[in-house]
Write a protein that binds this ligand. Sequence first.
Ligand SMILES: [Zn+2]
Length: 173
Amino acid sequence: MARKLFEVRDSPIHGKGVFAIRPIPRGTTIVEYTGERISWDEADRREEEKDDGDTHTMLFTVSKKVVIDATRRGSDARYVNHSCWGNCRTFIDKDRVYIESRRNIQPEEELFYDYKLSMDGAKITKKLRKAYACRCGSSKCRGTLLFEPKQRAKKPTASAVAERPKAARAAKK
Ligand SMILES: [Zn+2]
């Protein structure tokens, strides 16, 4: 991770995005998803402070105990947009979250990973699907950032990797 591989720019998909500025081989750890490490209780409290219509979230679940809030001390990783078929994925190593390339990425390509937002067992209604609509345009697009219902959290949560304890609210500004 010595040389910078990417740049934050305005994204045609959503707000700001992260773009490769040099070729990134498959399997490269690109950036760590950092931020303030907080408890679920604190994460829920912060979510409640937000406006109802605010579907942006920058929370990423690390474990049953720890959530990363990237709005505070967050790295550029927080600007990586969602795609249902992203060129990147997240993984967790020793309770830290990283974004790595799933395939070879060319300069100028925007980086994406699948947020897999879930609603803690709540039914994914049409209204919710719309609130979290996806415009990634990939052939595998689900039409929404939401994924199948998972345990935990009443708020949208994305799971970093399937085998980890649920949820990780990824998110976006
Ligand atoms: Zn999509």
